[in-house]
Design a protein around this ligand. Structure first.
Ligand code: UD1
Length: 423
Protein backbone atom coordinates (compact mmCIF):
# COMPACT_ATOMS: atom_id res chain seq x y z
CA UNK A 1 0.00 0.00 0.00
CA UNK A 2 1.17 3.50 -0.87
CA UNK A 3 1.49 5.63 2.26
CA UNK A 4 2.10 8.96 0.61
CA UNK A 5 -0.03 12.02 1.27
CA UNK A 6 -1.04 15.00 -0.85
CA UNK A 7 -0.56 18.43 0.75
CA UNK A 8 -2.61 21.34 -0.56
CA UNK A 9 -2.73 25.03 0.30
CA UNK A 10 -5.10 27.55 -1.20
CA UNK A 11 -3.25 29.51 -3.86
CA UNK A 12 -5.98 31.34 -5.72
CA UNK A 13 -7.01 31.24 -9.35
CA UNK A 14 -5.83 28.49 -11.71
CA UNK A 15 -4.58 29.30 -15.19
CA UNK A 16 -3.27 27.43 -18.20
CA UNK A 17 -3.98 24.23 -20.05
CA UNK A 18 -4.36 20.63 -18.93
CA UNK A 19 -4.52 17.57 -21.17
CA UNK A 20 -7.27 15.09 -20.34
CA UNK A 21 -6.04 11.47 -20.32
CA UNK A 22 -8.00 8.47 -21.57
CA UNK A 23 -10.84 7.09 -19.44
CA UNK A 24 -10.12 4.46 -16.80
CA UNK A 25 -13.63 3.10 -17.22
CA UNK A 26 -12.99 2.57 -20.91
CA UNK A 27 -9.38 1.42 -21.12
CA UNK A 28 -9.86 -1.42 -18.60
CA UNK A 29 -12.73 -2.81 -20.68
CA UNK A 30 -10.80 -2.46 -23.94
CA UNK A 31 -7.93 -4.35 -22.36
CA UNK A 32 -10.28 -7.18 -21.33
CA UNK A 33 -11.68 -7.29 -24.87
CA UNK A 34 -8.22 -8.15 -26.27
CA UNK A 35 -9.03 -11.69 -25.07
CA UNK A 36 -11.37 -11.93 -28.06
CA UNK A 37 -8.77 -12.11 -30.85
CA UNK A 38 -5.21 -13.19 -31.47
CA UNK A 39 -2.63 -10.66 -32.57
CA UNK A 40 -1.06 -7.38 -31.44
CA UNK A 41 -3.31 -4.57 -30.23
CA UNK A 42 -2.21 -0.95 -29.90
CA UNK A 43 -4.13 1.32 -27.54
CA UNK A 44 -3.41 5.07 -27.55
CA UNK A 45 -4.30 7.78 -25.01
CA UNK A 46 -3.89 5.20 -22.22
CA UNK A 47 -3.84 6.88 -18.80
CA UNK A 48 -0.87 6.22 -16.52
CA UNK A 49 -2.92 4.86 -13.61
CA UNK A 50 -2.49 1.94 -11.23
CA UNK A 51 -5.63 0.09 -12.38
CA UNK A 52 -4.19 -0.29 -15.90
CA UNK A 53 -1.22 -2.09 -14.33
CA UNK A 54 -3.50 -4.37 -12.31
CA UNK A 55 -5.61 -5.21 -15.36
CA UNK A 56 -2.39 -5.91 -17.30
CA UNK A 57 -1.31 -8.33 -14.55
CA UNK A 58 -4.69 -10.04 -14.58
CA UNK A 59 -4.60 -10.44 -18.37
CA UNK A 60 -1.00 -11.67 -18.22
CA UNK A 61 -2.17 -14.42 -15.83
CA UNK A 62 -4.84 -15.37 -18.37
CA UNK A 63 -2.52 -15.14 -21.37
CA UNK A 64 -2.34 -11.62 -22.87
CA UNK A 65 0.91 -9.69 -22.42
CA UNK A 66 1.02 -5.87 -22.19
CA UNK A 67 3.83 -3.43 -22.69
CA UNK A 68 3.70 0.30 -22.02
CA UNK A 69 5.35 2.42 -24.70
CA UNK A 70 6.13 6.15 -24.44
CA UNK A 71 3.38 8.66 -25.22
CA UNK A 72 0.47 6.84 -23.56
CA UNK A 73 0.61 3.78 -25.81
CA UNK A 74 -0.11 0.27 -24.57
CA UNK A 75 0.80 -2.66 -26.79
CA UNK A 76 -1.00 -5.91 -26.00
CA UNK A 77 -0.21 -9.31 -27.48
CA UNK A 78 -2.73 -12.16 -27.51
CA UNK A 79 -0.80 -15.19 -28.75
CA UNK A 80 -3.81 -17.50 -28.50
CA UNK A 81 -2.62 -19.40 -25.44
CA UNK A 82 -5.38 -18.50 -23.04
CA UNK A 83 -6.17 -20.03 -19.67
CA UNK A 84 -9.67 -18.80 -18.71
CA UNK A 85 -9.03 -18.62 -14.98
CA UNK A 86 -8.90 -15.24 -13.23
CA UNK A 87 -6.99 -15.54 -9.94
CA UNK A 88 -8.44 -14.09 -6.75
CA UNK A 89 -5.38 -11.98 -5.78
CA UNK A 90 -5.87 -9.85 -8.90
CA UNK A 91 -9.64 -9.97 -9.31
CA UNK A 92 -10.22 -8.67 -5.79
CA UNK A 93 -8.32 -5.48 -6.60
CA UNK A 94 -10.51 -4.06 -9.38
CA UNK A 95 -14.19 -4.20 -10.22
CA UNK A 96 -13.40 -4.16 -13.95
CA UNK A 97 -11.93 -7.68 -13.66
CA UNK A 98 -15.54 -8.85 -14.13
CA UNK A 99 -15.11 -7.70 -17.74
CA UNK A 100 -13.10 -10.82 -18.65
CA UNK A 101 -16.30 -12.85 -18.17
CA UNK A 102 -18.03 -11.97 -21.48
CA UNK A 103 -14.98 -12.35 -23.77
CA UNK A 104 -13.81 -15.62 -22.21
CA UNK A 105 -17.25 -17.20 -22.14
CA UNK A 106 -18.06 -16.22 -25.72
CA UNK A 107 -14.68 -17.20 -27.14
CA UNK A 108 -13.64 -20.22 -25.05
CA UNK A 109 -16.89 -21.47 -23.50
CA UNK A 110 -15.69 -21.48 -19.93
CA UNK A 111 -14.51 -19.10 -17.20
CA UNK A 112 -13.53 -19.40 -13.61
CA UNK A 113 -13.56 -16.04 -11.86
CA UNK A 114 -13.49 -14.91 -8.25
CA UNK A 115 -16.14 -12.33 -7.36
CA UNK A 116 -14.76 -8.90 -8.29
CA UNK A 117 -13.55 -6.23 -5.89
CA UNK A 118 -12.77 -2.58 -6.57
CA UNK A 119 -14.03 0.41 -4.65
CA UNK A 120 -15.59 -0.70 -1.44
CA UNK A 121 -18.97 1.00 -1.54
CA UNK A 122 -22.44 -0.48 -1.40
CA UNK A 123 -23.10 -4.00 -2.56
CA UNK A 124 -22.29 -4.70 -6.18
CA UNK A 125 -24.09 -7.79 -7.38
CA UNK A 126 -23.69 -9.30 -10.88
CA UNK A 127 -27.16 -10.81 -11.23
CA UNK A 128 -27.88 -8.90 -14.45
CA UNK A 129 -24.65 -10.10 -16.04
CA UNK A 130 -25.57 -13.67 -15.13
CA UNK A 131 -29.20 -13.47 -16.31
CA UNK A 132 -28.19 -12.00 -19.65
CA UNK A 133 -25.53 -14.62 -20.31
CA UNK A 134 -27.88 -17.42 -19.17
CA UNK A 135 -30.41 -16.24 -21.75
CA UNK A 136 -27.63 -16.85 -24.31
CA UNK A 137 -27.13 -20.44 -23.13
CA UNK A 138 -24.49 -20.13 -20.39
CA UNK A 139 -24.71 -21.99 -17.10
CA UNK A 140 -23.36 -20.60 -13.85
CA UNK A 141 -22.27 -22.08 -10.58
CA UNK A 142 -21.09 -19.98 -7.67
CA UNK A 143 -19.10 -21.72 -4.98
CA UNK A 144 -16.76 -20.39 -2.33
CA UNK A 145 -16.72 -16.94 -3.92
CA UNK A 146 -15.81 -18.29 -7.37
CA UNK A 147 -18.06 -17.95 -10.41
CA UNK A 148 -17.78 -20.91 -12.79
CA UNK A 149 -19.45 -20.25 -16.14
CA UNK A 150 -19.79 -22.61 -19.10
CA UNK A 151 -21.36 -22.68 -22.56
CA UNK A 152 -20.79 -24.95 -25.56
CA UNK A 153 -21.49 -22.08 -27.93
CA UNK A 154 -23.55 -19.08 -26.89
CA UNK A 155 -26.59 -18.27 -29.01
CA UNK A 156 -28.14 -14.89 -29.74
CA UNK A 157 -31.04 -13.82 -27.52
CA UNK A 158 -33.44 -10.93 -26.87
CA UNK A 159 -32.41 -9.49 -23.52
CA UNK A 160 -33.90 -6.56 -21.62
CA UNK A 161 -31.89 -5.30 -18.66
CA UNK A 162 -33.87 -4.38 -15.55
CA UNK A 163 -31.54 -1.42 -15.17
CA UNK A 164 -28.97 -0.03 -17.66
CA UNK A 165 -25.98 -1.58 -15.89
CA UNK A 166 -22.63 -0.57 -17.36
CA UNK A 167 -20.86 -3.83 -16.50
CA UNK A 168 -23.75 -6.09 -17.58
CA UNK A 169 -24.04 -4.28 -20.93
CA UNK A 170 -20.31 -4.70 -21.54
CA UNK A 171 -20.24 -8.39 -20.65
CA UNK A 172 -23.30 -9.23 -22.72
CA UNK A 173 -21.95 -7.38 -25.77
CA UNK A 174 -18.47 -8.89 -25.53
CA UNK A 175 -20.05 -12.36 -25.21
CA UNK A 176 -22.54 -11.74 -28.03
CA UNK A 177 -19.88 -10.89 -30.61
CA UNK A 178 -19.11 -14.63 -30.81
CA UNK A 179 -22.63 -15.99 -30.27
CA UNK A 180 -24.48 -17.91 -32.97
CA UNK A 181 -27.09 -15.51 -34.33
CA UNK A 182 -28.24 -12.08 -33.26
CA UNK A 183 -28.49 -10.63 -29.76
CA UNK A 184 -30.77 -7.67 -29.14
CA UNK A 185 -29.95 -5.92 -25.87
CA UNK A 186 -32.62 -3.48 -24.68
CA UNK A 187 -32.24 -0.91 -21.90
CA UNK A 188 -28.51 -1.12 -22.49
CA UNK A 189 -26.27 1.38 -20.72
CA UNK A 190 -25.07 4.06 -23.14
CA UNK A 191 -22.15 5.72 -21.39
CA UNK A 192 -19.49 7.09 -23.79
CA UNK A 193 -17.15 4.37 -22.52
CA UNK A 194 -19.59 1.71 -23.77
CA UNK A 195 -19.67 3.30 -27.21
CA UNK A 196 -15.87 3.32 -27.08
CA UNK A 197 -15.85 -0.42 -26.36
CA UNK A 198 -18.39 -1.09 -29.15
CA UNK A 199 -16.33 0.94 -31.63
CA UNK A 200 -13.22 -1.01 -30.59
CA UNK A 201 -15.09 -4.28 -31.18
CA UNK A 202 -16.26 -3.06 -34.59
CA UNK A 203 -12.62 -2.25 -35.37
CA UNK A 204 -11.90 -5.91 -34.60
CA UNK A 205 -14.54 -7.03 -37.09
CA UNK A 206 -17.58 -7.36 -34.79
CA UNK A 207 -21.01 -6.47 -36.13
CA UNK A 208 -22.83 -4.11 -33.79
CA UNK A 209 -25.71 -1.74 -34.56
CA UNK A 210 -27.24 0.97 -32.40
CA UNK A 211 -23.96 2.12 -30.82
CA UNK A 212 -24.68 5.01 -28.46
CA UNK A 213 -28.35 4.08 -28.11
CA UNK A 214 -30.13 1.98 -25.49
CA UNK A 215 -30.77 -0.86 -27.97
CA UNK A 216 -27.67 -2.68 -29.12
CA UNK A 217 -27.96 -5.29 -31.86
CA UNK A 218 -25.02 -7.69 -32.10
CA UNK A 219 -24.69 -10.16 -34.99
CA UNK A 220 -22.34 -12.92 -33.86
CA UNK A 221 -19.32 -13.93 -35.92
CA UNK A 222 -17.48 -17.26 -35.93
CA UNK A 223 -14.81 -17.72 -33.25
CA UNK A 224 -11.47 -16.84 -34.87
CA UNK A 225 -12.96 -14.22 -37.19
CA UNK A 226 -12.09 -11.18 -35.07
CA UNK A 227 -8.67 -9.58 -35.44
CA UNK A 228 -6.41 -7.33 -33.37
CA UNK A 229 -6.73 -3.60 -33.97
CA UNK A 230 -5.52 -0.11 -32.98
CA UNK A 231 -7.64 2.29 -30.98
CA UNK A 232 -7.52 5.66 -29.16
CA UNK A 233 -9.14 5.56 -25.72
CA UNK A 234 -11.99 8.05 -25.24
CA UNK A 235 -11.03 11.03 -22.98
CA UNK A 236 -11.93 10.67 -19.32
CA UNK A 237 -15.02 12.76 -18.56
CA UNK A 238 -14.59 12.23 -14.81
CA UNK A 239 -11.01 13.52 -14.82
CA UNK A 240 -12.21 16.43 -16.98
CA UNK A 241 -14.92 17.19 -14.41
CA UNK A 242 -12.30 17.10 -11.66
CA UNK A 243 -10.28 19.90 -13.26
CA UNK A 244 -13.52 21.84 -13.84
CA UNK A 245 -14.38 21.51 -10.16
CA UNK A 246 -10.85 22.68 -9.30
CA UNK A 247 -11.35 25.82 -11.39
CA UNK A 248 -14.86 26.27 -9.99
CA UNK A 249 -13.66 26.46 -6.37
CA UNK A 250 -10.40 28.34 -7.11
CA UNK A 251 -11.47 30.74 -9.86
CA UNK A 252 -9.43 31.25 -13.01
CA UNK A 253 -9.44 30.18 -16.63
CA UNK A 254 -8.25 26.79 -17.85
CA UNK A 255 -8.40 24.90 -21.14
CA UNK A 256 -9.12 21.17 -20.83
CA UNK A 257 -7.43 19.79 -23.93
CA UNK A 258 -9.27 16.78 -25.32
CA UNK A 259 -12.36 17.03 -23.07
CA UNK A 260 -15.60 16.30 -24.94
CA UNK A 261 -18.64 18.49 -24.32
CA UNK A 262 -20.90 15.93 -26.01
CA UNK A 263 -19.98 13.37 -23.32
CA UNK A 264 -20.82 15.69 -20.43
CA UNK A 265 -23.87 17.65 -21.57
CA UNK A 266 -26.04 17.26 -18.49
CA UNK A 267 -23.16 18.00 -16.12
CA UNK A 268 -22.12 21.08 -18.08
CA UNK A 269 -25.68 22.36 -17.92
CA UNK A 270 -25.65 22.04 -14.13
CA UNK A 271 -22.15 23.49 -13.79
CA UNK A 272 -23.32 26.50 -15.82
CA UNK A 273 -26.31 26.83 -13.46
CA UNK A 274 -23.75 27.06 -10.65
CA UNK A 275 -22.00 29.95 -12.38
CA UNK A 276 -19.18 28.22 -14.22
CA UNK A 277 -18.61 29.40 -17.80
CA UNK A 278 -17.78 26.52 -20.14
CA UNK A 279 -17.11 26.91 -23.87
CA UNK A 280 -16.61 24.12 -26.37
CA UNK A 281 -13.51 25.13 -28.35
CA UNK A 282 -13.52 22.07 -30.61
CA UNK A 283 -10.24 20.59 -29.36
CA UNK A 284 -11.41 20.74 -25.76
CA UNK A 285 -13.27 22.90 -23.29
CA UNK A 286 -12.43 26.35 -21.93
CA UNK A 287 -13.58 26.79 -18.34
CA UNK A 288 -13.81 30.12 -16.55
CA UNK A 289 -14.91 30.89 -13.01
CA UNK A 290 -15.08 34.08 -11.00
CA UNK A 291 -16.69 34.79 -7.66
CA UNK A 292 -18.77 32.45 -5.54
CA UNK A 293 -20.65 29.49 -7.01
CA UNK A 294 -24.46 29.25 -6.71
CA UNK A 295 -26.07 26.18 -5.12
CA UNK A 296 -28.20 23.74 -7.12
CA UNK A 297 -30.04 20.48 -6.46
CA UNK A 298 -28.74 17.42 -8.29
CA UNK A 299 -29.57 13.73 -8.68
CA UNK A 300 -27.37 10.97 -10.10
CA UNK A 301 -28.78 8.81 -12.89
CA UNK A 302 -27.49 6.44 -15.59
CA UNK A 303 -26.08 8.21 -18.67
CA UNK A 304 -27.03 10.66 -20.11
CA UNK A 305 -27.94 11.64 -16.54
CA UNK A 306 -25.34 12.89 -14.09
CA UNK A 307 -22.92 10.08 -13.25
CA UNK A 308 -22.55 8.95 -9.65
CA UNK A 309 -18.79 9.35 -10.10
CA UNK A 310 -19.19 13.13 -10.41
CA UNK A 311 -21.07 13.43 -7.15
CA UNK A 312 -18.22 13.93 -4.65
CA UNK A 313 -16.97 16.76 -6.87
CA UNK A 314 -20.39 18.41 -7.02
CA UNK A 315 -20.84 18.05 -3.25
CA UNK A 316 -17.44 19.71 -2.78
CA UNK A 317 -18.46 22.59 -5.05
CA UNK A 318 -21.75 22.96 -3.16
CA UNK A 319 -19.83 22.99 0.13
CA UNK A 320 -18.45 26.43 -0.78
CA UNK A 321 -21.37 27.68 -2.91
CA UNK A 322 -23.89 30.34 -1.98
CA UNK A 323 -27.08 28.66 -0.70
CA UNK A 324 -28.33 25.15 0.01
CA UNK A 325 -28.17 22.20 -2.41
CA UNK A 326 -29.73 18.75 -2.13
CA UNK A 327 -27.88 15.87 -3.75
CA UNK A 328 -29.67 12.57 -4.36
CA UNK A 329 -27.84 9.32 -5.07
CA UNK A 330 -29.87 6.89 -7.16
CA UNK A 331 -27.24 4.23 -7.86
CA UNK A 332 -25.11 3.34 -4.84
CA UNK A 333 -26.54 3.83 -1.33
CA UNK A 334 -23.10 3.73 0.32
CA UNK A 335 -21.54 6.53 -1.66
CA UNK A 336 -21.62 9.35 0.92
CA UNK A 337 -18.70 8.14 3.03
CA UNK A 338 -16.45 11.04 2.09
CA UNK A 339 -18.95 13.44 3.67
CA UNK A 340 -17.37 12.95 7.08
CA UNK A 341 -14.02 13.91 5.63
CA UNK A 342 -15.47 17.06 4.04
CA UNK A 343 -17.02 17.88 7.41
CA UNK A 344 -13.52 17.77 8.91
CA UNK A 345 -12.68 20.56 6.49
CA UNK A 346 -15.60 22.61 7.83
CA UNK A 347 -18.25 21.69 5.25
CA UNK A 348 -21.87 21.85 6.45
CA UNK A 349 -23.41 18.64 5.06
CA UNK A 350 -26.17 16.39 6.36
CA UNK A 351 -26.27 13.00 4.66
CA UNK A 352 -29.07 10.54 5.23
CA UNK A 353 -29.65 7.43 3.10
CA UNK A 354 -29.72 8.52 -0.53
CA UNK A 355 -29.71 12.28 0.16
CA UNK A 356 -27.24 14.92 1.25
CA UNK A 357 -28.15 18.48 2.15
CA UNK A 358 -25.21 20.80 1.58
CA UNK A 359 -25.23 24.33 3.07
CA UNK A 360 -22.46 26.33 1.46
CA UNK A 361 -19.91 28.06 3.68
CA UNK A 362 -17.68 30.95 2.50
CA UNK A 363 -14.47 28.93 2.97
CA UNK A 364 -13.29 25.53 4.20
CA UNK A 365 -10.45 25.14 6.67
CA UNK A 366 -7.54 22.81 6.01
CA UNK A 367 -7.19 19.59 8.04
CA UNK A 368 -5.85 16.03 7.68
CA UNK A 369 -8.34 13.82 5.81
CA UNK A 370 -8.33 10.37 4.25
CA UNK A 371 -9.52 9.37 0.75
CA UNK A 372 -12.08 6.54 1.02
CA UNK A 373 -12.11 5.80 -2.74
CA UNK A 374 -10.93 7.17 -6.09
CA UNK A 375 -13.42 9.93 -6.80
CA UNK A 376 -13.86 10.98 -3.20
CA UNK A 377 -10.07 11.24 -2.95
CA UNK A 378 -9.98 13.63 -5.91
CA UNK A 379 -12.85 15.62 -4.40
CA UNK A 380 -10.91 16.02 -1.14
CA UNK A 381 -7.97 17.37 -3.14
CA UNK A 382 -10.32 19.86 -4.81
CA UNK A 383 -11.72 20.79 -1.38
CA UNK A 384 -8.15 21.48 -0.23
CA UNK A 385 -7.87 24.09 -2.98
CA UNK A 386 -10.77 25.96 -1.33
CA UNK A 387 -9.55 25.60 2.26
CA UNK A 388 -7.60 28.08 4.39
CA UNK A 389 -4.36 26.61 5.72
CA UNK A 390 -3.05 23.19 4.86
CA UNK A 391 -5.07 20.12 3.84
CA UNK A 392 -3.35 16.75 3.95
CA UNK A 393 -5.03 13.91 2.03
CA UNK A 394 -4.01 10.37 2.99
CA UNK A 395 -5.09 7.22 1.16
CA UNK A 396 -3.43 8.50 -2.01
CA UNK A 397 -3.27 4.97 -3.44
CA UNK A 398 -7.01 5.28 -4.14
CA UNK A 399 -6.45 8.43 -6.19
CA UNK A 400 -3.62 6.77 -8.13
CA UNK A 401 -6.01 4.04 -9.25
CA UNK A 402 -7.90 6.47 -11.48
CA UNK A 403 -5.92 9.71 -11.86
CA UNK A 404 -2.96 10.26 -14.13
CA UNK A 405 -0.70 12.69 -12.24
CA UNK A 406 -3.45 14.75 -10.59
CA UNK A 407 -0.87 16.54 -8.44
CA UNK A 408 1.45 17.45 -11.33
CA UNK A 409 -1.43 18.58 -13.50
CA UNK A 410 -2.91 20.83 -10.78
CA UNK A 411 0.54 22.21 -9.88
CA UNK A 412 1.08 23.13 -13.55
CA UNK A 413 -2.12 25.20 -13.36
CA UNK A 414 -0.74 27.15 -10.39
CA UNK A 415 -2.10 25.15 -7.46
CA UNK A 416 0.04 24.87 -4.30
CA UNK A 417 0.07 21.07 -4.11
CA UNK A 418 2.68 18.34 -3.60
CA UNK A 419 3.09 14.71 -2.64
CA UNK A 420 5.02 13.78 0.48
CA UNK A 421 5.90 10.47 2.10
CA UNK A 422 3.99 9.61 5.29
CA UNK A 423 5.55 10.72 8.54
C1 UD1 B 1 -19.36 1.32 -13.63
C2 UD1 B 1 -18.16 2.18 -13.28
C3 UD1 B 1 -18.41 3.01 -12.04
C4 UD1 B 1 -19.70 3.81 -12.20
C5 UD1 B 1 -20.85 2.89 -12.59
C6 UD1 B 1 -22.17 3.60 -12.86
C7 UD1 B 1 -16.29 0.87 -14.07
C8 UD1 B 1 -15.08 0.08 -13.72
N1 UD1 B 1 -17.02 1.33 -13.05
O1 UD1 B 1 -19.52 0.40 -12.55
O2 UD1 B 1 -17.31 3.89 -11.85
O3 UD1 B 1 -19.99 4.44 -10.97
O4 UD1 B 1 -20.50 2.15 -13.78
O5 UD1 B 1 -22.00 4.58 -13.83
O6 UD1 B 1 -16.59 1.13 -15.22
N2 UD1 B 1 -26.20 -3.79 -10.32
C9 UD1 B 1 -26.96 -4.87 -9.93
N3 UD1 B 1 -26.79 -6.05 -10.58
C10 UD1 B 1 -25.91 -6.21 -11.61
C11 UD1 B 1 -25.15 -5.09 -12.00
C12 UD1 B 1 -25.31 -3.88 -11.35
O7 UD1 B 1 -27.76 -4.76 -9.01
O8 UD1 B 1 -25.83 -7.30 -12.17
C13 UD1 B 1 -26.37 -2.48 -9.62
C14 UD1 B 1 -25.09 -2.06 -8.92
O9 UD1 B 1 -24.97 -2.66 -7.65
C15 UD1 B 1 -25.26 -0.57 -8.86
C16 UD1 B 1 -25.98 -0.24 -10.17
O10 UD1 B 1 -26.59 -1.45 -10.58
O11 UD1 B 1 -26.11 -0.21 -7.79
C17 UD1 B 1 -25.03 0.27 -11.26
O12 UD1 B 1 -24.09 -0.71 -11.60
P1 UD1 B 1 -23.32 -0.75 -12.99
O13 UD1 B 1 -23.93 0.23 -13.94
O14 UD1 B 1 -23.22 -2.16 -13.43
O15 UD1 B 1 -21.89 -0.19 -12.60
P2 UD1 B 1 -20.47 -0.86 -12.71
O16 UD1 B 1 -20.29 -1.46 -14.06
O17 UD1 B 1 -20.23 -1.72 -11.52
Amino acid sequence: MNDERILIRRAGALHGEVSIPGAKNSVLKLMAATLLAEGTFTLGNVPDIVDVGIMAELLAAIGVRSERLPGGVLRMVNSGEISPVAPYELVERIRASINVLGPLLGRFGRVSLSMPGGDDFGSRPIDMHVKGLEAMGATFEMRHGVVEARADRLHGADITLEFPSVGATENIVTAAVHAKGTTVLDNAAREPEISDLCNFLVGMGAQIEGIGSSTLVVHGVEPGELRATQHQVVPDRIQAATYMAAVAVSGGEVVLRGARADHMEMLLRRFRDMGLAVTDIGTGLAVWAEGRLRSIDMATLPYPGIATDYKPLVVTMLAVADGVGIVTENLYPGRFRYVEELQRLGADIRADGHHAVVRGVPALSGAPVRAPDIRAGAALVVAGLAADGETSVAGVHHVDRGYDDLVGRLAALGADIRRVPAG
